[in-house]
Design a protein around this ligand. Structure first.
Ligand code: S3P
Length: 168
C-alpha cells in the first residue's frame, strides 16, 4: 500500500499548486481537501463559513481527513487549518508522509492578496502583522510534520524537486 504524501502549511504556501505538479510527476492521484469539501457540501468554502460557520467546515474537514487516512497513493493538499486538530494529524499520518510547506509573512501576503475573497479567515484589513501573529500561533501545530520545506522565492517546479529529494 503506497503511502500518501500530505502537504500541510499555512494559507498561501503553495500546497495546491505544488501538490498538483507533484502528483503529475509521481503519477499519483491528487486530492485538494478544500475542493473535495466544496464538492461534498455543494458550497464554496467562504459560503460554508458564512452560512454554517467554521465549526461545520472543521467537521467536514475532520470527516474527510479520517476517510483519506484509509486510502493510499494520493498526493493530498490540506487546508491551512487541518493541523489544528490532533485527530486530523493522526488520521493523515496513518498512511501518510507529512510535508510542511513554509513561507515568510511577506511572501504569504503577496500570494494570498489576489484570492483573499475565497479565504474566509483573511479579513479585508488583514496585513503582514496579522499573518505573522497567526503563523506564530500555529507554528507548534505545523511542527508535527516529517519534513519542512521553505518555499520563499521558489517556483512550484523547484519545490516539487525538493520534495522528491526528501522522499528518496
Ligand atoms: C484555512 C485555510 C484554507 C481553508 C479554510 C481555512 C485555515 O485553505 O481550508 O479557509 O484555517 O488556514 P488554504 O490553506 O488552502 O487557503
Amino acid at each position: 500500500m503506497g503511502k500518501n504524501i500530505v502537504l500541510i502549511g499555512f494559507m498561501g504556501t503553495g500546497k495546491s499548486s505544488v501538490g498538483q505538479r507533484l502528483a503529475e510527476k509521481l503519477k499519483m492521484k491528487f486530492i485538494d481537501m478544500d475542493r473535495e469539501i466544496e464538492k461534498i457540501t455543494g458550497l464554496p468554502i467562504n459560503q460554508i463559513f458564512r452560512k454554517h460557520g467554521e465549526i461545520r467546515f472543521r467537521s467536514e474537514e475532520k470527516l474527510l481527513a479520517q476517510k483519506l487516512g484509509h486510502e493510499s497513493n494520493l498526493v493530498i493538499a490540506t487546508g491551512g487549518g487541518v493541523v489544528l486538530s490532533q485527530e486530523n494529524i493522526e488520521a493523515l499520518r496513518e498512511n501518510g508522509i507529512l510535508i510542511c510547506l513554509e513561507a515568510s509573512p511577506e511572501e504569504i501576503l503577496k500570494r494570498v492578496k489576489r484570492k483573499k475573497a475565497s479565504r474566509p479567515l483573511l479579513k479585508k484589513e488583514f496585513g503582514e502583522k496579522e499573518i505573522k501573529a497567526m503563523l506564530e500561533a500555529r507554528d507548534a501545530f505545523y511542527a508535527c510534520t516529517d519534513f519542512r520545506i521553505n518555499t520563499n522565492n521558489k517556483e512550484p517546479r523547484a519545490i516539487v524537486e525538493e520534495i522528491t529529494r526528501c522522499l528518496r
